[in-house]
Design a protein around this ligand. Structure first.
Ligand code: TRP
Ligand code: SF4
Length: 331
Protein backbone atom coordinates (compact mmCIF):
# COMPACT_ATOMS: atom_id res chain seq x y z
CA UNK A 1 0.00 0.00 0.00
CA UNK A 2 1.02 3.56 -0.64
CA UNK A 3 2.44 4.80 2.62
CA UNK A 4 2.01 8.47 1.85
CA UNK A 5 -0.73 10.42 3.49
CA UNK A 6 -4.08 8.85 2.65
CA UNK A 7 -7.49 10.41 2.81
CA UNK A 8 -10.23 7.93 3.53
CA UNK A 9 -13.83 8.07 2.39
CA UNK A 10 -16.35 5.32 2.63
CA UNK A 11 -19.93 4.74 3.67
CA UNK A 12 -22.97 2.54 3.62
CA UNK A 13 -26.40 2.66 2.16
CA UNK A 14 -28.91 3.37 4.88
CA UNK A 15 -31.39 0.64 4.12
CA UNK A 16 -31.16 -1.28 7.38
CA UNK A 17 -28.82 -2.24 10.14
CA UNK A 18 -25.30 -3.41 9.48
CA UNK A 19 -24.20 -6.98 10.15
CA UNK A 20 -21.08 -9.06 10.72
CA UNK A 21 -20.40 -9.15 6.98
CA UNK A 22 -20.01 -5.36 7.01
CA UNK A 23 -17.76 -5.67 10.01
CA UNK A 24 -15.20 -8.03 8.51
CA UNK A 25 -15.61 -6.55 5.02
CA UNK A 26 -14.82 -2.99 5.98
CA UNK A 27 -15.85 -1.61 9.38
CA UNK A 28 -12.94 -3.34 11.06
CA UNK A 29 -10.38 -1.66 8.83
CA UNK A 30 -12.11 1.71 9.11
CA UNK A 31 -11.70 1.62 12.86
CA UNK A 32 -7.98 1.04 12.37
CA UNK A 33 -7.51 3.57 9.60
CA UNK A 34 -9.10 6.42 11.54
CA UNK A 35 -6.13 6.25 13.92
CA UNK A 36 -3.74 7.30 11.21
CA UNK A 37 -5.64 9.09 8.47
CA UNK A 38 -8.24 11.76 7.98
CA UNK A 39 -11.43 9.74 7.55
CA UNK A 40 -14.85 10.61 6.18
CA UNK A 41 -17.76 8.21 6.49
CA UNK A 42 -21.00 8.96 4.76
CA UNK A 43 -24.49 7.75 5.49
CA UNK A 44 -25.56 7.13 1.91
CA UNK A 45 -29.22 8.02 2.14
CA UNK A 46 -29.46 9.26 -1.46
CA UNK A 47 -28.02 5.99 -2.69
CA UNK A 48 -30.55 4.22 -0.43
CA UNK A 49 -33.29 6.02 -2.36
CA UNK A 50 -32.18 4.32 -5.57
CA UNK A 51 -33.70 1.08 -4.31
CA UNK A 52 -35.99 2.28 -1.49
CA UNK A 53 -37.45 5.56 -2.78
CA UNK A 54 -40.88 4.35 -1.72
CA UNK A 55 -39.76 3.91 1.90
CA UNK A 56 -38.26 7.21 3.03
CA UNK A 57 -39.15 6.53 6.69
CA UNK A 58 -37.08 3.36 6.59
CA UNK A 59 -34.16 5.31 5.17
CA UNK A 60 -34.37 8.06 7.79
CA UNK A 61 -34.62 5.51 10.57
CA UNK A 62 -31.66 3.63 9.16
CA UNK A 63 -29.57 6.80 9.19
CA UNK A 64 -29.99 6.71 12.93
CA UNK A 65 -29.40 2.96 13.25
CA UNK A 66 -26.33 2.88 11.03
CA UNK A 67 -24.88 5.82 12.95
CA UNK A 68 -25.26 3.76 16.11
CA UNK A 69 -23.69 0.77 14.35
CA UNK A 70 -20.66 2.90 13.48
CA UNK A 71 -20.28 4.27 16.97
CA UNK A 72 -20.84 0.80 18.44
CA UNK A 73 -17.97 -0.79 16.50
CA UNK A 74 -15.62 1.98 17.51
CA UNK A 75 -15.82 4.70 14.90
CA UNK A 76 -14.74 7.68 16.94
CA UNK A 77 -16.45 10.97 16.07
CA UNK A 78 -13.37 12.84 17.26
CA UNK A 79 -11.30 11.10 14.61
CA UNK A 80 -13.82 10.47 11.83
CA UNK A 81 -16.10 12.94 10.08
CA UNK A 82 -19.51 11.26 9.94
CA UNK A 83 -22.05 12.94 7.69
CA UNK A 84 -25.29 12.54 5.78
CA UNK A 85 -25.04 12.36 2.00
CA UNK A 86 -28.30 14.14 1.17
CA UNK A 87 -27.22 17.15 3.25
CA UNK A 88 -24.33 17.88 0.87
CA UNK A 89 -25.91 19.33 -2.28
CA UNK A 90 -22.43 19.76 -3.82
CA UNK A 91 -22.24 15.96 -4.14
CA UNK A 92 -25.35 16.08 -6.32
CA UNK A 93 -23.77 18.89 -8.33
CA UNK A 94 -20.58 16.94 -8.91
CA UNK A 95 -22.66 13.88 -9.86
CA UNK A 96 -24.20 15.85 -12.71
CA UNK A 97 -20.78 16.89 -13.99
CA UNK A 98 -19.34 13.36 -13.76
CA UNK A 99 -22.41 11.98 -15.53
CA UNK A 100 -21.15 13.65 -18.71
CA UNK A 101 -18.15 11.28 -18.86
CA UNK A 102 -19.77 7.87 -18.64
CA UNK A 103 -21.96 6.03 -21.10
CA UNK A 104 -25.13 4.19 -20.30
CA UNK A 105 -23.63 0.98 -21.63
CA UNK A 106 -20.64 1.19 -19.32
CA UNK A 107 -23.00 1.49 -16.37
CA UNK A 108 -25.14 -1.36 -17.65
CA UNK A 109 -22.08 -3.60 -17.73
CA UNK A 110 -21.07 -2.81 -14.15
CA UNK A 111 -21.08 -6.28 -12.54
CA UNK A 112 -22.42 -5.07 -9.19
CA UNK A 113 -25.27 -3.18 -10.86
CA UNK A 114 -26.03 -6.30 -12.90
CA UNK A 115 -26.12 -8.57 -9.87
CA UNK A 116 -28.23 -6.18 -7.83
CA UNK A 117 -30.65 -5.63 -10.70
CA UNK A 118 -31.01 -9.37 -11.12
CA UNK A 119 -31.45 -10.02 -7.39
CA UNK A 120 -34.08 -7.33 -7.15
CA UNK A 121 -35.87 -8.45 -10.28
CA UNK A 122 -35.34 -5.15 -12.09
CA UNK A 123 -35.73 -5.35 -15.83
CA UNK A 124 -36.00 -1.76 -17.01
CA UNK A 125 -33.52 0.13 -14.82
CA UNK A 126 -34.34 3.41 -13.14
CA UNK A 127 -32.03 6.21 -14.18
CA UNK A 128 -31.06 6.92 -10.55
CA UNK A 129 -30.30 3.28 -9.86
CA UNK A 130 -28.25 2.79 -13.03
CA UNK A 131 -26.39 6.00 -12.24
CA UNK A 132 -25.57 5.44 -8.61
CA UNK A 133 -21.94 4.54 -9.33
CA UNK A 134 -21.59 8.08 -10.73
CA UNK A 135 -23.02 9.54 -7.57
CA UNK A 136 -20.69 7.28 -5.60
CA UNK A 137 -17.75 8.66 -7.58
CA UNK A 138 -18.85 12.13 -6.49
CA UNK A 139 -19.02 10.91 -2.87
CA UNK A 140 -15.44 9.78 -3.16
CA UNK A 141 -14.15 12.77 -5.09
CA UNK A 142 -15.73 15.69 -3.26
CA UNK A 143 -13.23 15.31 -0.40
CA UNK A 144 -10.38 14.14 -2.68
CA UNK A 145 -10.27 10.70 -1.11
CA UNK A 146 -7.38 8.40 -2.01
CA UNK A 147 -8.50 5.21 -0.28
CA UNK A 148 -11.92 3.58 0.01
CA UNK A 149 -12.22 0.75 2.53
CA UNK A 150 -15.25 -1.22 1.33
CA UNK A 151 -16.53 -4.69 0.50
CA UNK A 152 -15.38 -6.46 -2.64
CA UNK A 153 -18.71 -5.75 -4.37
CA UNK A 154 -17.61 -2.10 -4.43
CA UNK A 155 -14.59 -2.77 -6.67
CA UNK A 156 -16.40 -1.86 -9.93
CA UNK A 157 -17.71 1.38 -8.39
CA UNK A 158 -14.28 2.52 -7.28
CA UNK A 159 -13.00 1.62 -10.73
CA UNK A 160 -15.69 3.89 -12.22
CA UNK A 161 -14.67 6.62 -9.81
CA UNK A 162 -11.05 6.31 -10.95
CA UNK A 163 -12.08 6.63 -14.58
CA UNK A 164 -14.29 9.63 -13.94
CA UNK A 165 -11.73 11.61 -11.99
CA UNK A 166 -9.04 10.73 -14.52
CA UNK A 167 -11.26 12.03 -17.29
CA UNK A 168 -12.01 15.20 -15.38
CA UNK A 169 -8.32 15.79 -14.68
CA UNK A 170 -7.41 15.25 -18.35
CA UNK A 171 -10.12 17.47 -19.69
CA UNK A 172 -9.78 20.42 -17.34
CA UNK A 173 -7.15 20.46 -14.61
CA UNK A 174 -5.74 17.97 -12.12
CA UNK A 175 -8.17 18.48 -9.26
CA UNK A 176 -8.74 14.92 -8.01
CA UNK A 177 -6.48 12.07 -6.86
CA UNK A 178 -7.31 8.59 -8.19
CA UNK A 179 -8.87 6.58 -5.39
CA UNK A 180 -7.99 2.96 -4.60
CA UNK A 181 -10.14 0.43 -2.84
CA UNK A 182 -9.11 -1.50 0.26
CA UNK A 183 -11.19 -4.65 0.59
CA UNK A 184 -11.51 -6.75 3.69
CA UNK A 185 -12.66 -10.32 4.17
CA UNK A 186 -15.77 -11.74 2.65
CA UNK A 187 -18.17 -13.37 5.07
CA UNK A 188 -20.51 -16.13 3.93
CA UNK A 189 -24.13 -16.28 5.06
CA UNK A 190 -25.46 -18.67 7.68
CA UNK A 191 -27.23 -20.60 4.95
CA UNK A 192 -23.93 -21.38 3.21
CA UNK A 193 -25.29 -19.70 0.07
CA UNK A 194 -23.60 -16.53 -1.08
CA UNK A 195 -22.42 -13.73 1.12
CA UNK A 196 -23.98 -12.52 4.32
CA UNK A 197 -26.72 -10.13 3.40
CA UNK A 198 -29.68 -8.75 5.25
CA UNK A 199 -32.01 -9.19 2.30
CA UNK A 200 -31.09 -12.88 2.10
CA UNK A 201 -32.07 -13.39 5.76
CA UNK A 202 -28.74 -15.11 6.47
CA UNK A 203 -27.10 -12.38 8.53
CA UNK A 204 -26.18 -11.72 12.14
CA UNK A 205 -26.72 -8.03 12.79
CA UNK A 206 -24.24 -6.05 14.84
CA UNK A 207 -26.80 -5.42 17.54
CA UNK A 208 -27.80 -9.08 17.86
CA UNK A 209 -28.36 -10.18 21.46
CA UNK A 210 -26.55 -13.27 22.78
CA UNK A 211 -29.78 -15.20 22.29
CA UNK A 212 -30.15 -13.98 18.71
CA UNK A 213 -26.61 -15.13 17.96
CA UNK A 214 -27.31 -18.53 19.45
CA UNK A 215 -30.60 -18.93 17.61
CA UNK A 216 -29.06 -17.92 14.28
CA UNK A 217 -26.17 -20.34 14.67
CA UNK A 218 -28.49 -23.18 15.63
CA UNK A 219 -30.12 -22.79 12.25
CA UNK A 220 -26.84 -22.37 10.35
CA UNK A 221 -25.95 -24.88 7.67
CA UNK A 222 -22.95 -27.13 8.29
CA UNK A 223 -21.04 -29.67 6.22
CA UNK A 224 -23.84 -31.89 4.84
CA UNK A 225 -21.53 -34.93 5.03
CA UNK A 226 -21.86 -34.90 8.79
CA UNK A 227 -24.86 -36.86 9.89
CA UNK A 228 -23.37 -38.58 12.89
CA UNK A 229 -20.95 -37.02 15.30
CA UNK A 230 -18.28 -39.52 14.27
CA UNK A 231 -18.55 -38.71 10.54
CA UNK A 232 -15.38 -36.95 9.38
CA UNK A 233 -16.24 -33.39 8.37
CA UNK A 234 -14.88 -30.85 5.89
CA UNK A 235 -14.52 -27.65 7.87
CA UNK A 236 -13.24 -25.79 4.83
CA UNK A 237 -16.69 -25.87 3.26
CA UNK A 238 -18.60 -25.22 6.47
CA UNK A 239 -19.93 -21.68 7.10
CA UNK A 240 -19.58 -22.18 10.85
CA UNK A 241 -15.88 -22.95 10.50
CA UNK A 242 -15.43 -19.77 8.49
CA UNK A 243 -16.76 -17.86 11.48
CA UNK A 244 -14.29 -19.62 13.75
CA UNK A 245 -11.49 -18.41 11.55
CA UNK A 246 -12.69 -14.87 11.03
CA UNK A 247 -13.57 -14.09 14.58
CA UNK A 248 -10.17 -15.21 15.70
CA UNK A 249 -11.65 -17.87 17.87
CA UNK A 250 -8.83 -19.44 19.87
CA UNK A 251 -10.38 -22.75 18.96
CA UNK A 252 -10.10 -22.51 15.16
CA UNK A 253 -7.14 -24.88 14.69
CA UNK A 254 -8.52 -27.41 17.15
CA UNK A 255 -11.91 -27.27 15.49
CA UNK A 256 -10.39 -28.00 12.12
CA UNK A 257 -8.71 -31.11 13.45
CA UNK A 258 -11.61 -32.34 15.56
CA UNK A 259 -14.16 -31.83 12.82
CA UNK A 260 -11.99 -33.57 10.20
CA UNK A 261 -11.56 -36.53 12.55
CA UNK A 262 -15.22 -36.67 13.58
CA UNK A 263 -14.40 -35.81 17.16
CA UNK A 264 -16.65 -32.83 17.71
CA UNK A 265 -20.36 -32.48 17.14
CA UNK A 266 -21.80 -29.56 15.20
CA UNK A 267 -23.88 -28.43 18.16
CA UNK A 268 -20.80 -28.02 20.34
CA UNK A 269 -18.90 -26.44 17.52
CA UNK A 270 -21.65 -23.89 16.94
CA UNK A 271 -21.71 -23.07 20.58
CA UNK A 272 -18.00 -22.25 20.51
CA UNK A 273 -18.46 -20.11 17.40
CA UNK A 274 -21.35 -18.31 19.07
CA UNK A 275 -19.12 -17.65 22.06
CA UNK A 276 -16.44 -16.08 19.87
CA UNK A 277 -19.01 -13.91 18.09
CA UNK A 278 -20.56 -12.79 21.35
CA UNK A 279 -17.17 -11.90 22.70
CA UNK A 280 -16.67 -9.65 19.70
CA UNK A 281 -20.14 -8.13 19.96
CA UNK A 282 -20.15 -7.49 23.69
CA UNK A 283 -18.18 -4.22 23.68
CA UNK A 284 -20.30 -3.11 20.69
CA UNK A 285 -23.44 -3.65 22.74
CA UNK A 286 -22.03 -1.56 25.56
CA UNK A 287 -21.06 1.32 23.31
CA UNK A 288 -24.39 1.21 21.47
CA UNK A 289 -26.17 1.36 24.76
CA UNK A 290 -24.08 4.34 25.82
CA UNK A 291 -24.93 6.29 22.67
CA UNK A 292 -28.57 5.21 22.63
CA UNK A 293 -28.93 7.11 25.84
CA UNK A 294 -27.30 10.21 24.40
CA UNK A 295 -29.45 11.02 21.43
CA UNK A 296 -28.62 14.71 21.50
CA UNK A 297 -24.91 14.11 21.59
CA UNK A 298 -25.21 11.83 18.55
CA UNK A 299 -27.25 14.41 16.70
CA UNK A 300 -24.77 17.18 17.47
CA UNK A 301 -21.97 14.99 16.23
CA UNK A 302 -23.78 14.37 12.93
CA UNK A 303 -24.48 18.06 12.53
CA UNK A 304 -20.83 18.88 13.14
CA UNK A 305 -19.63 16.15 10.75
CA UNK A 306 -22.05 17.25 8.06
CA UNK A 307 -20.98 20.86 8.46
CA UNK A 308 -17.32 19.93 8.03
CA UNK A 309 -18.06 17.79 4.98
CA UNK A 310 -20.14 20.56 3.48
CA UNK A 311 -17.32 23.08 3.85
CA UNK A 312 -14.92 20.71 2.12
CA UNK A 313 -17.47 20.11 -0.63
CA UNK A 314 -17.97 23.83 -1.22
CA UNK A 315 -14.23 24.37 -1.58
CA UNK A 316 -13.89 21.49 -3.99
CA UNK A 317 -16.78 22.73 -6.14
CA UNK A 318 -15.13 26.12 -6.45
CA UNK A 319 -12.01 24.37 -7.74
CA UNK A 320 -14.14 22.32 -10.11
CA UNK A 321 -15.76 25.45 -11.49
CA UNK A 322 -12.39 27.17 -11.81
CA UNK A 323 -10.94 24.17 -13.61
CA UNK A 324 -13.84 24.05 -16.03
CA UNK A 325 -13.91 27.81 -16.54
CA UNK A 326 -17.51 28.09 -15.35
CA UNK A 327 -16.95 30.11 -12.20
CA UNK A 328 -18.80 33.05 -13.75
CA UNK A 329 -19.26 34.91 -10.49
CA UNK A 330 -19.78 34.07 -6.85
CA UNK A 331 -23.30 34.28 -5.48
N1 TRP B 1 -22.34 1.50 -2.33
C1 TRP B 1 -22.09 1.43 -0.92
C2 TRP B 1 -23.00 0.34 -0.33
O1 TRP B 1 -23.59 -0.39 -1.07
C3 TRP B 1 -22.37 2.71 -0.18
C4 TRP B 1 -21.58 3.91 -0.65
C5 TRP B 1 -22.11 5.08 -1.11
C6 TRP B 1 -20.16 4.05 -0.66
N2 TRP B 1 -21.13 5.94 -1.41
C7 TRP B 1 -19.92 5.35 -1.15
C8 TRP B 1 -19.10 3.22 -0.31
C9 TRP B 1 -18.62 5.82 -1.31
C10 TRP B 1 -17.81 3.69 -0.49
C11 TRP B 1 -17.56 4.99 -0.98
O2 TRP B 1 -23.16 0.23 0.86
FE1 SF4 C 1 -18.96 -27.23 10.67
FE2 SF4 C 1 -18.14 -27.36 13.15
FE3 SF4 C 1 -19.89 -29.13 12.22
FE4 SF4 C 1 -17.38 -29.20 11.41
S1 SF4 C 1 -18.10 -29.54 13.49
S2 SF4 C 1 -19.19 -29.35 10.10
S3 SF4 C 1 -16.83 -27.04 11.37
S4 SF4 C 1 -20.22 -26.93 12.47
Amino acid sequence: MNTNQELILTGDRTTGQLHLGHYVGSLRSRVELQETYKTYILLADVQALTTHYDQPELIANSVHQVTLDYLAVGIDPNKTTLFIQSMIPEIAELTVIFSMFVTVNTLRHNPTIKTEARDRGYTDLYYGFLGYPVSQAADIAFCKATLVPAGEDQIPHVETARKLVRRFNELYAPVFPEPRILTGERLGGLDGIGKMSKSMGNAISLNATPDDVKAKLTKAKTDPARIHRSDPGHPDICPVYAYHQLFRSIYADDIHASCSQGKIGCTDCKQLAGGAINELLEPFRERRNYYEQRENEVKEMLIEGTRQARNTAKETMLEVREAMGIRYFDV
